[in-house]
Design a protein around this ligand. Structure first.
Ligand code: TNX
Length: 516
């Protein structure tokens, strides 16, 4: 049955095409429970208001929803505080939600005269708003005024995530991306209920954030990038701006400072950080595994302390990522020494450590609070399994499934292929709770889709690699394991295409997906 059975149907075929009858069947990530009611349709009109509960907490989500809908509709959509839902409103309430929604879920009920989203937290309301977006016609994603009608098919959704952590990682070190690009990526991935942005802020080719006690890190260490371009860095004010923008999208930022390897940009900036006291040249190639901090110099730990202290003070989130990957120029003994000294520095500054899975091999073992990020291409990684057995949580980012920088196929114009080609179905067809041996559901912290930027220079490049694979990873993180089904997913994904077209997102039109 067509849910947009309005009088305009005959004269407005595009509106019809943009609002599929099965809007509830096209939601990504798939909700836990959906109950469409084909006999009711709510329509946003010039008189529609957004209701938020009095107090600041829901107001932020209400004003975000207003910003989203004002541009395509051209309506005023005032945000008004009230304690209850009313006619011709979209209401965001922190009362009355089914307890099953937990801390991040929501309930969304659409009847002929109102839409009500209920949750126990602003994050839950925000997730409900993302589902509401996908029930509107695709033209609701346009930055310019469209004609509507702005219908929301009647029905109810009860929804909550499988994993509390659903992340995306962005490498701003190999190529630097300006604040506006990062903000836009945040907006795009928030639509798929990603709640964490892991920013890879330093690597051999560039140091991308101001450290006031070591100023040359950014001004010199950030002055180039892969291929020799001018690079760049964020001031601390700009970093705060990124964090604030992420927070407005209910997203937490995790800063990564990759150590002790992947540190050429720091070593090039300060000669005293090198064991031989000689600064190497800046690097613009894409080799890995050749650089190491000098493990036996005291100044190394002064450097780590200063960086962690300055960044921890600006970072509201609990986690701080210390990298730890591919330290091929650091001996095992030195790696152990480094982690033994560096991990307590994070704790001293109030942060909990995350590290790439090499950290699982450190001796003595990293504290069980350390989150291990699995990036292997093999399911068997004994050190990670042992860490899980000790009680460490594991963040799942297998490189041959979740790496958004891998090419889709041999003719992909962007990307690398060291972990293989990853078509959309490959990105989707794995289970975070059974993929790594010895890492069961209760050990899984969540899922994350890394995007390394050796070959990526622009927002359009980022979008092309992330869409449609990021929504596939997002669904693995959010939707119940029982809903996992490629044939159903590819249909849901197809329904996103017109939204990305309307939003101007540059996506890969995979032949595996039946785009409309
Ligand atoms: C491996 S995976 C790396 C990165 C590269 C990436 C490229 C990991 C923890 N390290 O340094 O950018 O491959 O795909």
């Amino acid at each position: 049955a067509l849910l947009v059975a309005t009088g305009l149907a005959a004269s407005a075929p595009t509106a019809l095409a943009q609002a599929p009858a099965s809007a509830y069947a096209g939601i990504v990530p798939a909700p836990v429970k959906v109950t469409p009611n084909a006999s009711a349709t709510f329509t946003i009109t010039p008189a529609t208001r957004i209701v938020v509960q009095p107090g600041v907490e829901t107001a932020g989500v209400g004003s975000y929803l207003g910003q989203l809908l004002r541009r395509p509709t051209g309506f005023a959509l005032p945000v008004t505080p009230s304690t209850s839902a009313q006619a011709n409103t979209i209401s965001l309430l922190l009362t009355g939600a089914d307890p099953a929604v937990g801390e991040q879920g929501y309930q969304l009920d659409t009847t002929a005269d109102r839409v009500v989203i209920r949750a126990t937290t602003p994050a839950g309301l925000f997730a409900g708003v993302q589902t509401l977006r996908q029930l509107l016609p695709a033209s609701a994603e346009s930055a310019r005024t469209q004609r509507g009608p702005w219908t929301v098919p009647g029905g109810s959704v009860l929804d909550h995530p499988r994993f509390g952590y659903r992340g995306a990682h962005l490498d701003v070190a190999r190529h630097f991306f300006p604040v506006e690009t990062v903000k836009r990526y945040i907006d795009e991935i928030a639509a798929y209920k990603i709640n964490t942005l892991h920013l890879h802020l330093t690597d051999d080719q560039g140091w991308r954030i101001e450290i006031k006690s070591w100023p040359k890190l950014a001004t010199y260490g950030g002055s180039t990038q892969v291929g020799g371009g001018p690079g760049g860095h964020y001031t601390q004010e700009q970093y705060k701006e990124i964090i604030a923008h992420a927070a407005s999208r209910q997203m937490t930022v995790i800063p990564e400072f990759d150590m002790p390897g992947h540190t050429n940009s720091a070593l090039a900036s300060y000669a005293e950080l090198n064991c031989d006291g000689v600064a190497p040249p800046l690097r613009t190639d894409i080799a890995v595994g050749y650089s190491s901090l000098c493990i036996n110099k005291d100044i190394t730990y002064k450097f780590v302390d200063d960086v962690v202290r300055e960044i921890a003070a600006l970072t509201p989130g609990k986690y701080f990522h210390l990298g730890g990957d591919e330290a091929h120029a650091t001996s095992d003994a030195d790696y152990n020494t480094f982690m033994t000294k560096a991990l307590p520095i994070l704790a001293k500054h109030g942060k909990t450590a995350m590290g790439w899975h090499e950290v699982a091999k450190a001796k003595p073992a990293a504290p069980t609070s350390t989150v291990i990020q699995f990036w292997d291409t093999k399911a068997s990684n004994p050190a990670v399994a042992e860490a899980a057995a000790r009680g460490n949580k594991v963040l799942m980012s297998p490189a041959n499934k979740a790496y958004l920088d891998m090419k889709y196929n041999a003719s992909s114009p962007l990307g690398l292929n060291w972990a293989g080609y990853i078509e959309v179905q490959d990105a989707y067809n794995w289970d975070p709770a059974t993929y790594a041996q010895g890492v069961g559901e209760s050990s899984v912290f969540g899922v994350e889709a890394p995007l390394w930027s050796e070959t990526l220079k622009t927002l359009a490049d980022i979008e092309y690699m992330a869409f449609p694979r990021l929504p596939a990873i997002a669904e693995l993180g959010w939707s119940p394991a029982s809903s996992h089904n490629w044939d159903a997913f590819k249909q849901r994904l197809a329904a996103q295409g017109p939204r990305w077209d309307a939003a101007g997102i540059n996506y890969y039109k995979s032949p595996q997906v039946p785009w409309p």
